[in-house]
Design a binder for this molecule. Structure first.
Ligand code: NOJ
Ligand code: CA
Length: 539
């Protein structure tokens, strides 16, 4: 509880959330694939890291064409991850440790093996026909319009049984649900209620900005006249998607203390303005939305400043930001910083920013030990995107390799053969090794999270920039009435001087370069290369 404002501590606003890719977190039965019992066994680790909630990528029954993002039964756990009993135990044990559990909810499409789709495809007059998007082609087998899938190729597939095309925004094994149907939303919300009733704390809403399509099925405009490149004008961010997001908010608000996080994907450089539209005003929108701008930012203080500033400026009244650097679809942030030099130092600067910004931080598993993208040999590629586009694009597996717990051959992840190869650096990069090293990235994360937990200003305070990063350093205040925190981040490998005129000194709470508890004087400061320092300002 904040004594001044009376606002209580809200886990999805003031806590830190950790994203688990279940295939790769911890295997418990030696089949080489991570599972629920594996996650249960690592709750202590998450607790020690200071995590308040986990978002787990999908674990529902699935043919696994897209590694669980193709669901064939929303009410069952896929046996590869364990049983429903295991899952219920996970919720209980996580809750005992004060860790909330967020599931991934895939609304845009199901698997083509989902009984709903099998029925829908069986005849034109099947009662579930309209639950999916079926259309006559232009001249029978020619697609109804020019819509392309972001995974490549046509977004329509002709089905000879009924002589119509169905829409699949992703792979053809992932037919799109029809959110304009009168019945479907209610049916789908029942699937969500099933998990809410079991005690799940919220949902990450997969591509929520794509779920509704243009009513008139108009052609998307082309970019540079090239059919493969199009502006997704009629396939993304339709008003209906935003309206459905608001309905989901109502649904989750009928339970206590739940949350929703929308994936509002936009291609580089990201689109904060659109992400903010899903937050609407206060409770008319979802709780949180991912803006991809920080993920796509180049390694430059000014560029990060612009992303952050734009994001906050676009937030509606009462809208709360969240921030993220990596996820399971894109390269790990540590390898996105260019030139591959000083990656560890840069990771410390970036994570200090993430954990001192206003908004809920989301960490991607392994980020806290600086796990790298892994080069996957062609024959071991699992991601259908990598298989399809190799060698031009080798897919998303590189950011999905097993968590590196120890330096043993399979890194303590499995006793069997891991489903994806481990990174070659396991001998020098693991949780066990970093736990014992006070200067490690893991301890850097732990200390920062601990600091965030003890500081009202870091959890709830306003964000007031001092510099806009143009000189290579980003500096900002996080303020409440009682606490004023100054964050100094040097994004360059050079010394930078910096002065703050309105305050004289402060106490160092956290620093990559200085001793904590000492005082820092704010005139003519020399900020070291890749220095990240957090100070409590004294008047
Ligand atoms: C976004 C998910 O993050 C990605 O992994 C998946 O392939 C697509 N949505 C389709 O569900
Ligand atoms: Ca397993």
């Amino acid at each position: 509880m904040n004594m001044k404002t009376g606002e209580s501590w809200i886990w999805w606003k003031h806590g830190v959330i950790y994203h688990i890719y279940p295939w790769s977190f911890q295997d418990s039965n030696g089949d080489g694939i991570g599972d629920i019992r594996g996650i249960i066994s690592r709750l202590g680790y998450l607790k020690a890291l200071g995590i308040d909630g986990i978002w787990i990528s999908p674990m529902y029954k699935s043919p696994m064409v897209d590694f669980g993002y193709d669901v064939s039964n929303y009410r069952e756990i896929d046996p590869v991850f364990g049983t429903m009993e295991d899952f219920l135990e996970l919720i209980d044990k996580a809750h005992e440790q004060g860790i909330r559990v967020i599931l991934d909810m895939i609304l845009n499409h199901t698997s083509d093996q989902h009984p709903w789709f099998i029925e829908s495809a069986s005849s034109r007059d099947n009662p579930k026909r309209n639950w999916y998007i079926w259309k006559d082609g232009k001249k029978k087998e020619r697609p109804p319009n020019n819509w392309k899938s972001p995974v490549g190729g046509n977004a329509w597939r002709y089905d000879a049984t009924t002589g119509q095309h169905y829409l699949h925004s992703f792979f053809e094994e992932q037919p799109d649900l029809n959110w304009r149907d009168a019945e479907l939303p209610g049916v789908f919300f029942d699937e969500m209620k099933f998990w809410l009733d079991l005690g799940v704390d919220g949902f990450r809403l997969d591509v929520i900005n794509m779920i509704a399509k243009d009513k008139k099925f108009r052609d998307n405009p082309l970019v540079l006249g090239i059919p493969a490149f199009q502006k997704h004008l009629y396939t993304r961010n339709r008003k209906r998607s935003i309206a459905i997001a608001a309905m989901i908010r109502q649904l989750t608000d009928s339970y206590e203390n739940r949350t929703t996080i929308g994936e509002i994907y936009a291609p580089p450089p990201g689109d904060a303005k659109t992400a903010a539209r899903y937050l609407a005003k206060g409770k008319e929108g979802i709780h949180l939305a991912f803006d991809f701008s920080l993920i796509f930012s180049i390694w430059n203080a000014h560029s990060y400043f612009k992303c952050i500033n734009t994001w906050y400026k676009n937030l509606p009244d009462g809208g709360w930001p969240c921030n993220v650097l990596s996820n399971h679809d894109l390269f790990r942030s540590i390898d996105r910083f260019p030139l591959r030099t000083n990656r560890e130092e840069k990771a410390k600067v970036a994570s200090t920013m993430l954990l001192t910004l206003k908004g809920t931080p989301f960490l991607y598993y392994g980020e806290e030990i600086g796990m790298h993208n892994t080069r996957i040999p062609k024959r071991q590629i699992r991601d259908p995107l990598g298989k399809r586009y190799w060698p031009v694009f080798t897919g998303r597996d590189k950011a999905r390799t097993p968590m590196q717990w120890t330096k043993e051959p399979n890194a303590g992840f499995t006793t069997g053969i891991p489903w994806l190869p481990l990174n070659r650096d396991i001998r020098s990069r693991s949780v066990r090794q970093q736990e014992g090293d006070p200067a490690s990235l893991l301890n850097h994360y732990r200390n920062l999270i601990k600091l965030r937990k003890t500081s009202e200003a870091l959890q709830r305070g306003s964000w007031n920039p001092v510099t806009n990063g143009q000189q290579g350093i980003l500096t900002y205040f996080r303020n409440t009435d009682d606490e004023r925190i100054l964050v100094i981040l040097n994004f360059t490998g050079r010394y930078k001087s910096f002065s703050l005129h309105e305050h004289t000194y402060g106490k160092i709470l956290f620093s990559t370069h200085r001793n904590t508890e000492e005082f820092m004087y704010f005139q003519n400061m020399q900020i070291g290369p890749y220095e990240a320092t957090v100070c409590l300002v004294s008047e």
